[in-house]
Design a protein around this ligand. Structure first.
Ligand code: ADP
Length: 193
């Protein structure tokens, strides 16, 4: 059974390195939610050498946000393809208030309002440590220390305000992201019930 009664239209919110991708993958595998991650979509575009990928690549390498209209266009396309299944988990979107406004419009159009925003809470020192560890394993160019600093600053300045915007419209819960993956996953499932 696919978790009847589970909250199924979600945003997983949190800073870079908080574990959104890992948890969203688990929700996709075990709860059948569609994992929608613009960061992954952009990396696929870049690997495939599309115009969009080429255009996004310098922003990504510098840890800057890709322009809103590009990201919103990409998400609109994905949502219009009906890729929301029985539920979806947005990971890395929205990252600006403009993106959040656009998202609310898109979801209203397809009649799939958000059920919940889950914030993964991880202290900055732990994020820096995780991302520097990851840079040694995955060699993501944006995990280099100077780029990590930029990504964290952008999160604080442009992405955190999204939470206040969303909190007026959607329930928001915060869970600790500092625990083994399976434990964070259990906390996450508990708040989806
Ligand atoms: P992380 O959450 O670890 O920073 P992501 O894979 O989500 O990593 O994003 C990698 C990069 O892709 C970002 O630094 C940014 O350049 C770009 N990107 C991803 N999502 C968005 C978004 N919603 N708006 C603008 N740029 C984005």
């Amino acid at each position: 059974m696919e978790g009847n009664g589970l909250k199924r239209n979600l945003i997983l919110f949190g800073p870079p390195g908080s574990g959104k991708g890992t948890q969203a993958d688990l929700l996709q595998r075990h709860q059948g939610l569609e994992h929608i991650a613009p960061g992954d979509m952009l990396r696929e575009h870049r690997a495939a050498g599309t115009e969009l990928g080429k255009m996004a690549s310098s922003y990504m390498a510098a840890g800057k946000l890709v322009p809103d209209e590009v990201i919103v266009g990409m998400i609109r396309h994905r949502l219009e393809q009906g890729a929301v299944g029985t539920g979806f988990v947005l990971d890395g979107f929205p990252r600006t208030v403009a993106q959040a406004r656009a998202l609310q419009e898109l979801l209203a159009q397809i009649d799939r309002p958000l059920d919940l925003v889950v914030v993964l809470d991880v202290p900055t020192e732990e994020l820096v440590e995780r991302l520097s560890r990851r840079s040694g394993v995955e060699h993501r160019e944006d995990d280099r220390p100077e780029v990590v600093t930029e990504r964290l600053a952008i999160y604080r300045d442009q992405t955190e305000p999204v939470l206040a915007y969303l909190a007026d419209q959607v329930p928001v819960v915060k869970i600790s992201g500092v625990a083994p993956v399976a434990e964070v996953n259990s906390s996450l499932l508990r708040v989806l019930l």
